[in-house]
Unconditional design. Structure first.
Length: 98
């Protein structure tokens, strides 16, 4: 298995919405489990208002399936209520894996 690509999404919660965003991200794990092309999926917290998602993939098809899947659709639905700004979503190339 060669994991060589990923996605990084940084999310800024509205004031007072950090815990709700954290709960939403925890629920996203179940959706990620159902994605055969997603090798790893992490939701993380950087501060009381800054959260993120990091995913890895073996190929572009898996990454695109995720981008067009249920998690981004769900985020688009809750985003106006929970997020202070639009998500900062970046495609990345993975250089090394242990």
């Amino acid at each position: 298995m060669t994991v060589d690509r990923g996605l990084l999404a940084l999310l800024e919660a509205k004031p007072g919405k950090g815990e709700e965003l954290a709960d939403f991200l925890k629920q996203g794990r179940e959706l990620a489990v159902g994605e055969s092309g997603t090798v790893t999926w992490y939701a993380f917290k950087l501060s009381d208002t800054t959260y993120g998602i990091f995913d890895t993939f073996e190929d572009e098809e898996g990454r695109q399936a995720h981008v067009n899947g249920q998690i981004p659709a769900a985020l688009a639905q809750v985003g106006p209520d929970l997020l202070a700004t639009d998500p900062d979503i970046r495609t990345i190339d993975i250089l090394a894996v242990k």
